[in-house]
Design a protein around this ligand. Structure first.
Ligand code: FPP
Length: 233
C-alpha cells in the first residue's frame, strides 16, 4: 500500500551546493525544483498528502542573506504554483506561524491556498516558520481559551480534541516520515503528529532525491509491521 501521508525533512541543500562550489541559494533553488518534480510524481503513484519542511522556527538563526534567498525562492515558487494551479489538481496549504513572514508573501500564500481550496488532487502542505513545539504551544493556548470561555470542559480535552487545535487539524497523521542527507533527528518537525509514523533516513542530499528514492522508501515502509503499540495476534 502506498502511504496516504508522506512527510519530508528536505535536508542537504547546503552540502549539495558546496560539493559543486555553488552558494547556498543555488542549493535551495535546486531543492525547490526537486520538490516540484517529486510532488507531481508522488501524486501519480497515489500519495494523498505531502508535507514538507521548508522553513523552521529555528531557521531565522541563519545568516540574513540566506533567509532572504529562501524567502525570495518561496515567492517565485508560490507564483509558479499559482500558474500551475490552472492546469493541475493539487491543493496547496501551509502550516506554521505565518505572522512573521513579510505581508506580501503572506498574501500570496493566502491567494494560493484559496485558489486551490476546492482542488481534488494531492494536498501539498508546506511548513513555513513551523516548529513542532510552537504548534503544540499555540494549540495549548487555543485549548486554554476554549476551556476558559466554557466552550470546552477540561475533561473534554482529549488527544482527539487537542488535535483539533493543531495546525494539522484537517490532515491525517503522517504514515511515513523521510529525512534526507544522513541526519537522524526530528529537528522540531511534526512532533505530535509523528507519534506512530514510520521513519526512513537516507544519505541522499535533498536536491538529488527523486521518485526512485521515494519508491525505495515506500518499499521499506511496506515491509514494516505497523502495530500502533498493540499486538498482532
Ligand atoms: C535544509 O538544507 C533545507 C532547508 C533549511 C530549506 C528547505 C527548502 C527547500 C527545499 C526549498 C524551498 C522550498 C520551497 C517550498 C520553495 P540545509 O541548507 O540545512 O542543508 P545543509 O545541512 O547541507 O547545509
Amino acid at each position: 500500500m502506498v502511504p496516504k501521508h508522506v512527510a519530508i525533512i528536505m535536508d542537504g541543500n547546503g552540502r549539495w551546493a558546496k560539493a559543486r562550489l555553488l552558494g547556498k541559494a543555488a542549493g535551495h533553488r535546486a531543492g525547490a525544483q526537486a520538490l516540484r518534480k517529486l510532488a507531481t510524481e508522488a501524486e501519480k503513484i497515489g500519495v494523498k498528502f505531502l508535507t514538507v519542511y521548508a522553513f523552521s522556527t529555528e531557521n531565522w538563526k541563519r545568516p540574513q542573506d540566506e533567509i532572504d534567498s529562501l524567502m525570495n525562492l518561496l515567492r517565485d515558487y508560490i507564483q509558479q504554483y499559482i500558474d500551475d494551479s490552472k492546469k493541475n489538481e493539487m491543493r496547496i496549504s501551509t502550516i506554521g506561524d505565518l505572522s512573521k513572514l513579510e505581508p506580501d508573501l503572506r498574501e500570496k500564500i493566502r491567494d494560493l491556498e484559496s485558489m486551490t481550496l476546492a482542488k481534488k488532487g494531492m494536498r501539498v502542505i508546506i511548513a513555513l516558520n513551523y516548529g513542532g513545539r510552537d504548534d503544540i504551544v499555540r494549540a495549548a493556548r487555543k485549548a486554554a481559551l476554549a476551556v476558559a470561555s466554557g466552550k470546552l470542559g477540561s475533561n473534554g480535552l482529549t488527544e482527539e480534541s487537542f488535535g483539533q487545535f493543531l495546525d494539522t487539524s484537517d490532515v491525517p497523521d503522517p504514515d511515513l516520515l523521510i529525512r534526507t542527507s544522513g541526519e537522524m533527528r526530528m529537528s522540531n518537525f511534526l512532533l505530535w503528529q509523528t507519534a506512530y509514523s514510520e521513519m526512513y533516513f537516507t544519505k541522499k542530499l535533498w536536491p538529488d532525491f527523486n521518485i526512485s528514492d521515494l519508491n525505495d522508501a515506500i518499499e521499506q515502509y511496506r515491509s514494516r509491521d505497523r502495530r500502533f503499540g498493540a499486538r498482532k495476534d
